[in-house]
Every structure is written in C-alpha cells, then in structure tokens.
Design a binder for this molecule. Sequence first.
Ligand code: BES
Ligand code: MN
Ligand code: ZN
Length: 473
Amino acid sequence: MNVQATTQAPADLPCDLLAVGVGSDLAELTDLDARFGGKLLEACSDRNFKGAAGSTLALPSFGNIGAKTLLLVGVGDRSRRAVRNGIGKVGREARALSVTNLGVSFPATADAIVEGISAGNYVYDEYKPERDRAPGLSSLVICGSAPSAAASVRAGAQSWARDLVNQPPADLYPETLADAARELASIDGVECEVWDFERCRDEGCVGIIAVGRGSSKPGCMIRLSYRPPNAKAHVALVGKGVTFDAGGYSIKPTGGMQTMRCDMAGAATMLGVHKAVAELGLPVNVDTFVGAVENLVDGDAYKLSDILRYRNGVTVEIHNTDAEGRLVLADCLIEACKVEGVQHVVDAATLTGACVVAVGGDFTGLFTDDDALAADLGAASEACDEGLWRLPLHAPYKEMLKGEWSQIKNVGGRAAGATTAALFLQHFVTEGTSWAHLDVAGSAFHDKAGKRYAAGATGEMVRSLTTWIASLA
Ligand code: BES
Ligand code: MN
Ligand code: ZN
C-alpha cells in the first residue's frame, strides 16, 4: 500500500473513495457542503446521518468533489476510541466496496490512520474463489501531516502475524511456523535457531516433548535473536505456538475446537514484534522463544496423571491435557530467563477460556508483579489503542495448584482460571526477573467480524509491544 499525505482540501482529492470522519456537530462537513451547493447537509438530514459513532453514509459525488464516492463515518464525540473504530470501519468498507484508491480526512494522527486503515482493510481470502476476492488498497492519501515510516512497519508486522494465525493447520504446523521465523533472519541483526524435537528432548524441554508427542508433526523450539549496534536495553519475548489445540485426551468438543488454529497467536504476536523491532532498527536487544507443537490424540500422546520433571526442578502432574499451553511456555520461560543481560521477559499466549470470559475480545489480560512494567505496557497499549487490562497475579491462589504426587498440577480449579494459569507460569520465571504474561485468548482471534477487524486473527498487541520496546531505547 502506497501511503501519502496531502495539503489539498479533502474536497479536491482525486480518489475513488473519500472517507471523512464526522463528529456529532457535523463540523467536518461545512466546506464539503459548500461544494455540494448545500445538498450534502440536506442529504445527511434526509438519511438521518447525525455523525453518531459507528454510523456511516455513502453518497455518490456526482462530480462535485474530486472523489467518486464520499463516505461519511460518524465519530460521535471524537473520542479516541470512536475515531479509531471509525478509521477501522473505513478500512473494512474500502475492502467491501473493492476500493483500491482511498482518500482519508479524519481527526486523528496520520500514524493512527495508517495503522487503523491497514488493520481494517485486512482480510484472509487465500482460499476464497477468485470471484470473491476483493482487492485491497493500493493507494492511501491522508489529508494532513505525513505519517511516520514506523507506522507502516508496525501495520505490516500486524498483518504478517494475522496471516500466520489465519492459515489452516494443514499449512501451518510447527515446522512451517519455524520456516516463517527463519525468514526473519534476512533482516539485519536477526538470527534464528530452531531446536528440533530431538534437540528439545536432549535439552530437557519436557513440556514441548509431552505435548508434541501426540502429533506426527514434530514440535520444536524456535529461538530468534536481534542484536543491533548500541543496544540500550534487552528484552526476551515468549510465545505460545500450539499450531492446533484439539485438547489431547481431555479432548475439546467440536465447537470449542473449530477455531483452535488460533492457538499459536501468541507466537505470531511475538514473531511479529521481533520482525517490527528489527525492521525499525530499534537499539534494543531482543530474544524470542516459541514453543511450537500440536496438541492431538495419539497412541503415544501424553496422559492424565503423567508427571513432568522440568529442568528447574519443578514437577508437574497432568490433570488436564487441554491445559497444554502453560506446559510448553514453561520450557520457553526457563530459556528466556537464562539469557544474559535480559531486563524484562514478556510472554503472550492464547492461554485460557477464563480470560475470554473475564474480559472478552476487546482486551488482552495482563498479569505481572512489576508495577512499573505494567504501567509502561499500559501506556504503550493506550498509545496504540489496543485494549489491555490488568488482572490479579494473586499469589495465595498458588494453593490451588498444589499437586498430590508432584509439586504442582497443570490446572487449578474453576475459580480464577486465568490467574492460576499465570501463577503456573510464574513457577518457571527466575525469581527477581521482571516478567509479564499477556493472555490474548480473547483479543487475538475474533469469531465474527467487528468494528476494526474482519473475522479471524487480529494481530492485537503487535503494535503495542513494538511501541513498548521502542520506549526502552
Ligand atoms: N487454547 C486454549 C485456551 C483458549 C480458549 C484460547 C478459547 C482461545 C479461545 C487452552 O489451551 C485451553 O484449552 N485452556 C483450558 C484450560 C483449562 C483446561 C484449565 C480452558 O481454558 O478451558
Ligand atoms: Mn488447550
Ligand atoms: Zn491451547
């Protein structure tokens, strides 16, 4: 997508579709209305368009302005959320109308426009019949100041992550996810190493081995580094890369299993961040670890009451093979904490249905004991307008994980399921390490299309985490 800024008045922009964000007082329409000889406000009134957030009105321009079609998008009180949702809607409408050449005038920063339009315009139509594939935007012209190049990089990484998640599990499995990571090594400063299944066994990655064992597609641990000159900070990222989660012997019902190709979204998020940080050349060392496996049923699959002995001494009794993500993340967290000089460890995972129940699709759940880190991540998510909500990492609930035959079980009870999952992970984080866990179970994948995103993967948190890392430099 070619992105440009212009000082031309919106009315003068030559384009297929001109999208204008309109507040409740319709102030943005004054100049345009003059070009329509007063007929524009009249049409708004006839069609009951009052600039309410979420409302739209598309009108042919009949040559009165440079654009062929005018799309008015209500942004109500012009709150940041309403404006961002409106921009997303423009991206989505442009795709629905097969618009390739879009002009935008919105009360938002140019970066927010680029990111929002890109996210809204995204669809995954790889497997649609040719006739149903609407073209994406080729040109975006923004009325106002120019966006930063970084906005396009962040938006590109978000779309890249969404593509990985949306791919069906027959195409995207541990080895092909590793291939995607290997390709990132073509970026300056990036190196990729993959521990295959045998190596994982030799290294004692018991979680990856236990869960991955039930699939004929071997699991692996993907390890990426990024080393810029003059690094000013150092972070490690960990992603859950369960390329399909059938639940194992604690098998999921069909409805719950249908969308479980999304279970590597944490991995896609972190790989997307790694890509963006490296492409931007940010002066921060980054190490990324992904545990990539499929959780299936097989004669050799792991079983209830199996006990795993982790390299840090923690023993884990399996009470539910569907609580597999934490087992795989544990291996990666152990590795991440070993990285010399690392200041923060952050993981992202579609970890619990409980988090979906708690905060729904508009928020990622945040768990951490580090208030400063919580504040910094919160600020980044605020700046990127991605929902992030802190939930309790309440230590007393560790009691619920106490094992009968081992140190801990891999599940707590029904209560506080997202918290007990986070507390489980904490057993594999070296004491004193600044660590945050992001549960993206609700935010990473939407069953239905919404205001900003088509149905499927969202790529939420790619921009926020990239922005957070930029803030460390
Ligand atoms: N991948 C799922 C969590 C999930 C649920 C992600 C819905 C996205 C949408 C995870 O592996 C899982 O199955 N978790 C169980 C944990 C339980 C057995 C303690 C869950 O949430 O039911
Ligand atoms: Mn599961
Ligand atoms: Zn899972």
